[in-house]
Design a protein around this ligand. Structure first.
Ligand code: TXA
Ligand code: MG
Length: 352
């Protein structure tokens, strides 16, 4: 593709400078691409009602055309023209969790270009909880279509540096608002089926959602490979978040995990491989060999979520051949962490 001049602007994340945001908003209105921080990961934004602009997202990211995009809004009012109806349960969820890392699927209206929904009859919408994102959307005056601002297949970006690594020269602007908070993408929830189904676990957990919709379920393909089932969310069928290195994830009882990773690391190092170990605060001092990086404390799973994608990218920077990662317990935010580890490792999850 033709090389684009990428302007990088540093913006105060708590109190975004109006004139800088307006510059980004003008680009969006002109059909250009602007990467911006949200509370989950950086998004690659374009005017969600402009089919030509949205096409540029797919080209810049190298994203398969059959993977639909999320529309980002800054006020609940903005939904109305985009959807056929707002179900009662959606209203309750929006009241409780918006702005925040929850994406809801609605029956789309004819205003939504079919490139956004990849031809599906539902449209995904969320209101991000980040001053820069909200200001950019309201200043543009349009819903902003934004996938994660990474090259397709790579870990999602949690800092402007990651966006620049992947997309420099392919997009018009990067708004640098520092590191993102949650570090994992939003939860995608389908309310059109009974029971309502989580298609992608994320920043809002199953346990959180159960407080409002007690019968909500996780799509069965999320944590286990199931050859007979196709994920309902098109994005879930692709290899994602993948490091360059080969990756294995170890789950089970913690002592067993440490023992097996040490043995495996020893064998690989003997074969001449460079080995990365994704450890936790509780275990990092137990490993005597390999490039050991702690992803956070097991007592603070939110921090593990916050650090996960950056840590995967760090191992690639250190040019390890293999990453041996400790798994975490798959509940609350741990469900989203294990889903990303499953994808990043191409399903190589080993029960010890
Ligand atoms: O946190 C997030 O959601 C970030 C930030 C930037 O908002 N965005 C993000 O977008 O992760 P993306 O495009 O990387 O992931 C969107 C996911 C994909 O798995 C896609 O298949 C699914 O949402 N999706 C979007 N529209 C859908 C629809 N109509 N039906 C089912 N799945 C849908
Ligand atoms: Mg993505």
């Amino acid at each position: 593709m033709e090389r684009i001049h990428t302007k990088i602007v540093k913006v105060n994340e708590n109190n975004p400078e109006k004139e800088l945001i307006e510059e980004g908003a003008k680009l969006i209105k002109d059909g250009k691409l602007v990467a911006f921080p949200t509370e989950t990961v950086y998004g690659l934004g374009a005017n969600g009602l402009d089919e030509e602009a949205v096409k540029k997202i797919f080209i810049a990211k190298n994203r398969p055309q059959d993977n639909p995009l999320i529309l980002h809004i800054s006020s609940v009012e903005q939904i109305k023209p985009l959807v056929e109806e707002i179900p009662k349960e959606a209203k309750l969820l929006m009241d409780r969790f918006w702005p925040g890392p929850l994406t809801l699927l609605f029956k789309r209206s004819s205003l939504v270009p079919s490139i956004i929904t990849a031809g599906l009859d539902t449209v995904a919408i969320r209101m991000p909880d980040h001053p820069i994102a909200l200001e950019l959307i309201s200043s543009s005056g349009v819903p902003i279509a934004a996938p994660s601002a990474n090259t397709s297949g790579k870990p999602s970006p949690t800092s402007a540096k990651h966006v620049i690594e992947d997309l420099y020269g392919r997009i018009h602007m990067v708004i640098d608002g520092g590191k993102t908070g949650v570090g994992l993408e939003s939860t995608v929830l389908d309310l059109s089926c009974k029971p309502p189904m989580i298609l992608r676990p994320g920043g809002i957990s199953l346990e959180d959602l159960k407080e409002i919709i007690p019968d909500v379920k996780l799509d069965l393909t999320i944590l286990k490979e199931n050859k007979n089932l196709t994920p309902k969310s098109p994005g879930q069928k692709y290899r994602h978040y993948a490091p360059i290195a080969d990756m294995f994830v170890f789950v089970g009882e913690l002592e067993g995990i440490v023992k097996v990773i040490k043995e495996k690391a020893g064998e690989l190092i003997k074969e001449g491989k460079t080995v990365g170990i994704m450890a936790t605060e509780e275990t990092k001092n137990r490993y005597e060999e390999g490039v050991v990086i702690s992803v956070g404390s097991r007592k603070d799973m939110a921090t593990i979520g916050h650090n996960l994608f950056n840590t995967i990218r760090l191992f690639d920077e250190k040019k390890v051949d293999v990453i041996l990662a400790e798994g975490v317990e798959a509940h609350h935010i741990g469900t989203a962490i294990m889903n990303r580890l499953k994808k990043a490792s191409g399903g190589k999850i080993i029960k010890v």
